[in-house]
Design a protein around this ligand. Structure first.
Ligand code: BTN
Length: 319
């Protein structure tokens, strides 16, 4: 199946004869195989008499060899999984030893922050979970998700998305639209030895939402920003490099050393915001973040600090 997709990923027509010869089946059997691919990965393949078959749009498929060559961490590349974070947790539970990386071409139950789902169509975006062992107690976790945001921001800029910025705690936006998100999940005791799953989702080549799929926030993708299809293997290589660099800095010097850099890329620095904490809405002006990555707000002339994965920020209307 994968070899068929590799041939078709250029979005050009390929004859039944060529496809059949490449995978060693008869011309007649090819259409059946292509229909199975359509159904399994929710793809659209056009069949035109006299010309052959082509994908509705070209794909940049991930390539295991190229991914492994660009990573210091062992990588498992899956075609389809419920969630790379969930898979990472299962690997841990079955005794896999971190660090390791799980990447998938498609998630059927991608998880976002605060119980949301994460749209994860086949072959278009990046679904990436890096698992690390954390032994230095809470200090090693402080500001970690913000540092991952910085690494991801650099990878986006390296790919030509110069206008990307951060929104506390770890959203990546372009022109008010979400281009990438980060979901950290812990396993074990954070005060002692634990494991952290760093889940990263990046909208790379997504152009439209699939039938029946609803994304409940404005979104964009690298492709929409740079105006052409992006090589996903090259993007992963760049993200791997930036993560290695930033995670090393964070481990050696803590978030304090990166705090200024983070604030310089914070899109809502100085803005009037509303912080949603459960049912509570807290109004304030963003001062920045502290050395642990917590949000500092000016509330009626007093500085207050907020942290926690369930918090979310929106702009106050007159900001
Ligand atoms: C957010 O809501 O902003 C966080 C989105 C995180 C999505 C990524 S995709 C890879 C990893 N696996 C998941 O199920 N979620 C994260």
């Amino acid at each position: 199946m994968q070899s068929l997709l590799r041939l078709l990923q250029d979005g050009q027509f390929h004859s039944g004869e060529e496809l059949g010869a490449a995978v060693g089946v008869s011309r007649a059997a090819i259409w059946k195989r292509l229909q199975a691919l359509e159904a399994e990965f929710d793809l659209q393949i056009h069949k035109v008499r006299g010309r052959g078959y082509r994908l509705e749009a070209p794909l940049s498929l991930l390539d295991s060899d190229s991914l492994c060559a660009s990573s210091i961490y062992p990588i498992t590349l899956l075609q389809q999984v419920d969630s790379t974070n969930a898979q990472a947790m299962r690997h841990l539970a079955s005794g896999a030893v971190p660090p390791f990386l799980i990447i998938a071409e498609q998630q059927t139950a991608g998880r976002g922050r605060r119980g949301r789902s994460w749209a994860s169509p086949f072959g278009e975006n990046l679904y990436y979970s890096l698992v690390l062992r954390v032994s230095g107690g809470m200090r090693q976790l402080e500001g970690l998700s913000l540092v991952v945001g910085l690494a991801l921001l650099q990878a986006l800029r390296d790919a030509g998305v110069n206008e990307a910025g951060l929104k506390w705690p770890n959203d990546l936006l372009v022109g008010g639209r979400k281009i990438a998100g980060i979901l950290l999940e812990l396993s074990g005791d954070p005060a002692d030895v634990c494991h952290v799953v760093i889940g990263i989702g990046v909208n790379i080549n997504m152009r439209v939402t699939r039938l029946g799929e609803v994304i409940d926030q404005p979104w964009t993708s690298l492709r929409q920003v740079v105006g052409e299809q992006v090589d996903r293997n090259a993007f992963v290589a760049s993200l791997n490099r930036q993560l290695e660099r930033y995670l090393h800095l964070h481990q050696a010097e803590g978030f304090a050393a990166l705090r200024e850099q983070w604030e310089a890329s914070h899109l809502w620095q100085g803005r009037a915001v509303v912080l949603a904490a459960g049912a509570q809405a807290i109004h304030g002006r963003v001062l920045g973040v502290d050395d642990t990555g917590a949000l500092r707000l000016d509330i009626d002339g007093q500085e207050k600090v907020f942290s926690g994965g369930e918090l979310s920020l929106r702009l106050h209307d007159d900001s």
